[in-house]
Design a protein around this ligand. Structure first.
Ligand SMILES: Cc1cc2nc3c(=O)[nH]c(=O)nc-3n(C[C@H](O)[C@H](O)[C@H](O)COP(=O)(O)OP(=O)(O)OC[C@H]3O[C@@H](n4cnc5c(N)ncnc54)[C@H](O)[C@@H]3O)c2cc1C
Length: 375
């Protein structure tokens, strides 16, 4: 058995035995599931991408995506906070923080002792980060003073630290954007109550307000002027990982639909014997196979260090749309029972919507792909 097969088998077993049985309860409570967070830490999930030196496993992107796919099959909320802990919330700290800050935030995040968050979005800056970011970090003698606001920040209600995108100098355009590490206990930082939202219930989201937050110089993450460039360097991995989350959810919806098509009887036979239902299953099975190919082709490219901004955008665009179709078709196959909170298909349907926005909307990804094609 290869290392990839072993990992998939191990995570799948965890998902079947530990996650699927509680996924509905996590969704219903809509609170961060600390017990599950700690169980995943005990499995070593949060350090999967990082070097052994910091307590990680040193696995490649393919392995990371296998883990994300399997977790999303069990619970999108749990997969979403795990992805945040493994990638967006820790990557800048891993690459650019001082050893002291790594000891303070990265190592505890990998151990599951601290929670991390990644703050890009603002009320005026959604898709348009470059033109819309208004949060400023003003250089002063002994560091930076941050003022502004961030919104839709996953994990914010209970995070211990934030990687925050700020404008340092408007006149420098793209080179005037930089990332900063801000601890939760920094005076002037306030966190709003959690949003009341439609899906991924279990990861909580809120707003951040920065009012003269003073941070030391060494909390700038990356060389000055490289903020957007450094973000671009991990965007392909973020998009590919979101495609992996999408594939996991698509599989969960498909498996539920297939099973129901075999069990539900109308007109004296299982509904799966009707051509209308078979056409849905046939199309979805094909789209799932195509999703696997496009996703893992992209992870292999990332693992080989190839530039794959186009392929990663295609993977995220294609597989997230497949997940939406799979959840939609599953609700049709379930009929009225999909409308009942007793069955998980309603959760799959609600959770797919998040996949359309995180990592870039479908519309902007289509634009990026078209640009890569020469338009
Ligand atoms: C569950 C959830 C978790 C999130 N977690 C985080 C987080 O942890 N950290 C964080 O920083 N953000 C987070 N976000 C925010 C998310 O990244 C943004 O919502 C996303 O970038 C889109 O921004 P927006 O919602 O402001 O949409 P807008 O940018 O306002 O877009 C609205 C519509 O216009 C379209 N559009 C915009 N510009 C163009 C264009 N140039 N061409 C064509 N169409 C365009 C979009 O595709 C979309 O259809 C989260 C969002 C959700 C829902």
């Amino acid at each position: 058995m290869t290392a990839e097969e072993l990992l998939r088998r191990t995570v799948a077993k965890f998902v079947e035995n530990e996650l699927i049985p509680v996924a509905g309860e996590i969704d219903e409570k809509a609170e961060f599931p600390w017990e599950m967070f700690r169980k995943l830490a005990a499995l070593g999930a949060y350090g999967i991408r990082y070097s052994k030196e910091y307590g990680g496993a040193g696995a490649n992107t393919t392995m990371f995506c296998i883990m994300c796919e399997e977790l999303a099959r069990g619970s999108m909320a749990v997969a979403a906070f795990t992805a945040m802990q493994c990638l967006m919330g820790t990557d800048f700290i891993y690459r650019y923080a001082t050893e002291e800050n790594k000891k303070k935030f990265l190592i505890p995040a990998i151990k599951g002792e601290k929670v991390v968050a990644f703050a890009l979005t603002e009320p005026e800056a959604g898709t348009d980060l470059f033109g819309g970011v208004r949060t400023t970090a003003k250089k002063v003698k002994d560091g930076f003073i941050i003022n502004g606001m961030k919104t839709w920040i996953t994990n914010a209600p209970y995070a211990d630290c934030f990687t925050v995108l700020c404008q340092t100098d408007k006149s420098k355009g793209a080179r005037g954007l930089n990332f900063f590490l801000v601890g939760r206990d920094t005076p002037g930082l306030s966190v709003s109550p959690a949003f009341h939202k439609m899906g991924t219930k279990g990861t909580e989201i809120s707003e951040l307000a920065f009012d003269d937050c003073h941070i030391p110089h060494e909390n700038m993450l990356g060389a000055e002027g490289r903020g957007l460039g450094n973000l671009a360097a991990i965007l392909a991995e973020i998009r590919t990982m979101t495609a992996a989350l999408s594939l996991g959810l698509a599989r969960a919806a498909y498996d539920a639909a297939l099973q129901y098509a075999k069990e539900r009887t109308q007109f004296g036979r299982p509904i799966g014997k009707f051509q209308a239902i078979q056409m849905k299953i046939g199309s979805l099975a094909t789209e799932l196979e195509a999703s696997r190919l496009i996703l893992y082709n992209t992870t292999r490219m990332l693992d080989q260090g190839k530039n794959c901004i186009k392929e990663a955008s295609m993977a995220k665009l294609f597989v997230s749309e497949v997940a939406c179709r799979a959840a939609d078709e599953a609700t049709r196959i379930y009929g009225s029972y999909s409308y009942s909170m007793e069955y998980p298909v309603q959760r799959f349907f609600r959770d797919t919507r998040f996949l359309l926005f995180g990592g870039g909307t479908s519309e902007i990804l289509q634009t990026i792909i078209a640009r890569e094609e020469g338009l």
